[in-house]
Design a binder for this molecule. Structure first.
Ligand code: NCD
Length: 319
């Protein structure tokens, strides 16, 4: 599917976008574009991963990520199995290592893991011989979210990232989505701005490749896209935000803010949305919203990830 015959996907696991080169990203997005066409057919299934097994091991809540990995696997004819914390022996005190080795003994080709601890996916990847995909580990990384966001933007921007500016708005300190996106967007040539109250900016943000604002009107001016983030109250220490209504007054993305951006500005949000807190209804449901396109992109992008990891040693399978 790539035009370059010398290209070879070499990764056993997908743990973070920082492990990927630009050719890796372009190859993955090209494959996702091919799979997107399957998702538009009346019969949305191809035999590409028939006989392959994908385990979805989600130790943290998820709607979009888990369902889209499941749909992605099934559309490629892989068998997919789900394991959650509730209902698994993790609730009886089994360690992550023992649960991982138990899953591996059943011979899966790929294990997709979401876990509240940063580093959990890497810990499993070092111990399992099958492919491991990080579907979000603590505050650390969420590589498939960044890839599906890039896929969404690539289509919105006709494959031209150069010179574009994207604003990431909201709870950046607690966001694995922001960390993965800042890295990937920079790799693709996008200028990144960040906007949040000081208490929701991460320590060391001055070393991130991004311009930092605390005033939303200034931050949104002339941007090509805004990515609003959920206020992740479950990860915050008490006292970071003394008043939620003050937060929404200053940082909730409204149609007035979009009028300061470029006319064709796109709005992204990884979901779930806190409507009225970080994003207004008029923006979430308005003509600039790419939120449901992101969900559809998630299926195509995760099909590409499962395909690349599950066929890594086969070279001959066609997508
Ligand atoms: C994000 C996550 O879980 O990191 N959501 C997602 O994967 N679609 C962001 C969030 O929870 O706010």
């Amino acid at each position: 599917m790539t035009n370059d015959n010398r290209y070879h996907w070499k990764h056993k696991d997908l743990l973070d976008v920082t492990q990927l080169s630009l050719p890796d990203v372009q190859h993955l997005l090209d494959i996702a574009a091919g799979f997107q066409e399957i998702n538009l057919r009346p019969v949305k299934k191809v035999p590409t991963l028939k006989g392959k097994t994908v385990v979805l091991f989600f130790v943290e809540n998820s709607t979009r990520t888990k369902t889209s990995f499941d749909v992605a696997g099934k559309r490629l004819s892989a068998d997919t199995y789900s394991l959650a914390k509730t209902g698994s022996s993790l609730n009886k005190g089994e360690s992550l290592k023992d649960t991982g080795l138990t899953l591996q003994a059943m011979g899966p080709d790929v294990v997709v893991i979401r876990h509240p601890s940063s580093g959990a996916a890497e810990f499993l990847a070092e111990r399992l011989s099958c492919g491991v995909v990080n579907a979000g580990d603590g505050w650390h990384a969420h590589p498939t979210q960044a890839l599906l966001d890039a896929f969404t933007l690539r289509q919105a921007w006709n494959n031209d990232f150069a010179g574009k500016t994207l604003l990431i708005l909201g709870d950046i300190a607690h966001s694995r989505v922001a960390r993965s996106n800042v890295h990937l967007l920079n790799m693709l040539g996008v200028h990144v701005r960040l906007c949040a109250p000081r208490t929701l900016l991460p320590a060391g943000v001055d070393h991130w490749q991004a311009d930092v604002y605390d005033d939303l009107d200034a931050a949104v001016r002339d941007v090509d896209a805004v990515m609003a983030l959920r206020l992740q109250l479950e990860r915050q220490q008490a006292g970071l935000l003394p008043d939620l209504s003050e937060y929404s007054r200053r940082y909730c993305l409204t149609a007035r803010h979009l009028s300061l951006a470029r006319p064709e500005v796109g709005v992204l949000h990884p979901g779930p949305l806190n409507r009225g807190l970080e994003i207004s209804d008029e923006v979430a449901d308005g003509p600039h919203s790419l939120v449901l396109k992101q969900v559809a992109s998630g299926v195509s992008t995760r099909m590409a990830v499962l395909y690349l990891l599950a066929t890594r040693n086969e070279g001959g399978l066609s997508a």
